[in-house]
Each structure stands twice: as C-alpha cells, then as structure tokens.
Write a protein that binds this ligand. Structure first.
Ligand SMILES: Nc1ncnc2c1ncn2[C@@H]1O[C@H](COP(=O)(O)OP(=O)(O)OP(=O)(O)O)[C@@H](O)[C@H]1O
Ligand SMILES: [Mg+2]
Length: 275
C-alpha cells in the first residue's frame, strides 16, 4: 500500500476544510471532512457531487491555493507546501486576461516561468486546440468555446504533470462541449498526465475517466463511492453513451449520487429561505 501511495501523482490524506464566517467569526462551516483521494500518474479521475458540496474546495487544496484545516497533500510522494508547481489549473470561471490576446494569454504562464521559446510554444498549442488563426484576437472577440480552448492551451502549454480541471466545459453548449471533451481525451491520451476533473455532470465524468469518485452532499462532504470505468479507449464521448456498459455504470453511480443531489438541493433551498 505504501508503495502504491508513493507512486500517486496526487494524494489527499484525511483532508478537512473548515471556513470561518466573515460576518460572524464564531460561525464555522466544514465543507469537506476526512477526504482521502488519490490520482495515479497518468490516471484520469473525476469527482462528482452535488452543487456546493466542496468540489472546488478540494481542487483548490490540490492546487496548493488553499491549505487544508487538517490532513495533508502529497505530490509524487512529497508533501505539498505552497502552490503546487507541478500542476496546471483550469478554473470554473473564465480566467483569461482581457487585455491580452489569445496568444498573449497562452504565453503569459510560459513567460512567467522564464521559458525562452514562449511564443512558438504558445503558437503551437493554439494550433493544437484549433485556434491557429486566432492568436491575435482578444478574449471578447472569441466565442465561449474559443475562450475555453484558449484556457486549455494556456494550461497544457506549461506541460504540467498534473492537470486540475474545475467544470471546465459547463458553460458550453452540448455540441461544443462534446467536441472539447473529445479533444481533451485525445490530448490526454497522447501525454497521459494525471488529471483531476471536477464536474457535476455524471455523463461527462463516466465518458472521460478511468475512475469516478462520488462526494456526499455537504456539510462535511466526503467520498461515498468510487467506480472504475472499464470502458475501452480511445472513446468518443457521444458514442459511448449508448453502449450497455456505459448505461450500466451510469445506473450504478446514479444510485449513489441521486440522494446526495436531492439533499444538496434541499439545503440550498433552506439557505435561501433563511437568507
Ligand atoms: N472561502 C470560503 N469561505 C467560506 N465558505 C466557503 C469558502 N469557499 C467555499 N465555501 C463553502 O464551502 C462549500 C463548498 O464550496 P465549493 O465551492 O467547494 O463547492 P462546489 O462543490 O465546487 O460547488 P459547485 O458545484 O456549485 O461549483 C460551500 O458551502 C461554500 O459556500
Ligand atoms: Mg465548484
């Protein structure tokens, strides 16, 4: 067991995150409690769970942007202190700099790391995500899908060993989304980096992943199920959805997730009613 853990690209051990209320410092909210989660080198793991359960919180912990209240994080066997330099991060919200062109945005991280051939490398990545001719456009001159592609190029250009993605395609229409999911799978297949992918879309999680981890509704959210997705690759995310194995896995995971989604939804309504 110790050997397996040492090989993991990313390992969260008994991680809990408690937030103190800004308005009432006596009030605390434990978003996640005792979460143990690993992603092997080259493994694609998705985390699904109801809205507000703590998915982004866990990703922030993995990125080193948020220190857990208790527990620890190991990156390729070494304790994580500060920002995770081996990880690339694709945020839930739009994160392009509006004053930089698409090419400028992809170059930014490379320049920041002092990489000499930042421009050709950024150009190459824009080409790979299908935006070869759009490098001189500013974010507001790109469609939502193109902006996401730019973010993807920005993340992958840094060639991180671990890729952290927080619902990267949730704002896209279904066709663009499926195209991008297939593109990500193709790029991943070529390089086999460790991926921690957050989504609340179960179809997306199954279609993309080697393993799906289900989180309970908060507070004190934690993994309540883990499923190995034994569907062969390469996969086409749209096509595999009609295969018997996909349908079987979907039913099994949904049986665990369903009650949590209902609980999460009820909680949000409660919070709204008392706000
Ligand atoms: N900095 C913070 N201070 C206080 N509470 C926070 C903070 N960050 C997150 N929370 C709370 O922790 C819980 C988990 O939030 P998180 O953003 O991780 O959820 P999520 O699963 O990513 O939700 P969604 O699916 O809607 O993106 C929520 O109740 C949220 O309000
Ligand atoms: Mg989130």
């Amino acid at each position: 067991m110790a050997e397996v853990e040492a090989a993991a690209a990313l390992a969260l051990h008994d991680v809990s995150c408690t937030f103190v209320s800004k308005h009432a410092p006596g009030q605390r909210y434990t978003a996640v409690r005792d979460v143990t989660l690993t992603v092997g080198a080259g493994e694609f793991v998705s985390v699904v769970g109801p809205t507000g359960c703590g998915k982004s919180t866990l990703l922030n912990v993995a990125a080193g942007l948020l220190a857990p209240s208790t527990g620890n994080v190991q990156i390729f066997g070494a304790p994580l202190t500060g920002v995770n330099a081996r990880a690339g991060y694709m945020f839930q919200a739009e994160s392009l700099m509006p004053w930089r062109t698409a090419l400028g945005n992809v170059m930014a991280g490379l320049e920041f790391r002092g990489i000499a051939d930042a421009k050709p490398r950024a150009e190459e990545w824009l080409r790979r995500v299908g935006l070869g001719g759009f490098g001189d456009r500013y974010p507001h001159q790109l469609s939502g899908g193109m902006r996401k592609r730019t973010s993807l190029a920005q993340t992958l250009a840094l060639d991180p060993d671990i890729i952290l993605m927080d619902e990267p395609f949730s704002a896209l229409d279904i066709q663009t989304r499926q195209l991008m999911e297939n593109e990500v799978l193709e790029l991943w297949q070529a390089k086999k980096k460790a991926v921690l992918f957050i989504t609340h879309d179960l179809d997306e999680a199954i279609a993309m992943s080697d393993r799906v981890v289900v989180l309970s509704a908060g507070p004190a959210s934690h993994p309540i199920g883990e499923f190995v997705i034994d569907i062969p690759r390469p996969r086409d995310v749209a096509e595999i959805k009609t295969t018997p194995r996909f349908i079987e896995l979907h039913a099994a995971i949904w049986a665990v997730l369903r009650d949590e989604v209902l609980k999460g939804y009820a909680q949000q309504l409660q919070v709204k009613a008392t706000a």
